[in-house]
Design a protein around this ligand. Sequence first.
Ligand SMILES: [Ca+2]
Length: 267
Amino acid sequence: MISSGTLVLSCSEEDLTEILETSEETDDGATGQDDMDNEDNDSDSDEEGNTDPGPTDECPGDIGFVFEEANGILSIEFEDNDFPEGWVLKNDGDDISGNGYMQWEGDPKMNAPGNGTVVFPVRITQPGTYRFIWNSSFRMGDDGTEHNDSWLRFPDADDFFGRKGDGSVVYPNGSGKTPNPNGSSSDGWFKIYRSGDDNSFKWQASTSDHDAHDIYVTFSNSGVYRIEISPRSDFHGIDRLLLFEENLSQNEAIDAADTFSVRTSCE
Ligand SMILES: [Ca+2]
C-alpha cells in the first residue's frame, strides 16, 4: 500500500515573496559577490528561467519558433528574431550576411545583464558539448576594447563555461561553480567580447578580461534549449551565431556555416 505524505510548508507565501524580492534587491550584479551563498541551492536564482529546468520537447509557444540543429551545427542569422526596443538593424560593413546585423543603441548595460534580452530556442538532436562563437564588430570609434561585448546565457543547458587551450575553465558568476572570470559576470551570464582594433566583422567569442577563454555549452540530452543574449556595450554589432560540436574545428564549422539552420514555426 502506498500512503501519500503530508506537505508541510515552512513559511507562508507572503514570507516567500519577501525572500525573493530581497534576493533581487541585493543583487547589484557588479561585484560577482552575489553568488557567495548560492552554492547548494538552485532555488536562490533570482530570475525565472534561471533554475536549470532542463530542455523540453516542445516548440516554445511564447517565442513561436525553434532553430534546428543538424550535423552538430547551429548556424543562425542573429537578426532573424524579434527584438525589443533599443536594438537596431544595420547593413553597412564587410563580411556580413542575411539582412545585416543588429546593434544595441540603448543605454549600456555594463553590469546589468538580462535587459533587452533576445531568446533563440534551439532543438538539439545530437547531445554533447558545443562551442559558441559569433560574427561581430565594434561599430563606434577606433578602439576595439570599446563597443565590443554583449551578454550570453544558456539558462537550461547542463553546463556553460569558458575554456582555454591549456584546459583551464571558468564558470559564470551566479552559476554556483568556480572559478569565475575576470571582470563582469552575474546571474549565470558571461560577458562575451571581441578583440582587436580592426573593426571588420570576425568570428570570435571570448570571456574573462585579459585571459581569453573560448565559450562552451553542454547539452546532455536532446530537446529544446534557449540561447539568451542581452546587450552590454552599445554599438556592438552582431551578425551571426554559430554553435558546433567540440570535435569540429572552428574552420570546419565556419566552412559549414553557410548552410543555415532551419527555423521551424510552432504549429
Ligand atoms: Ca546577419
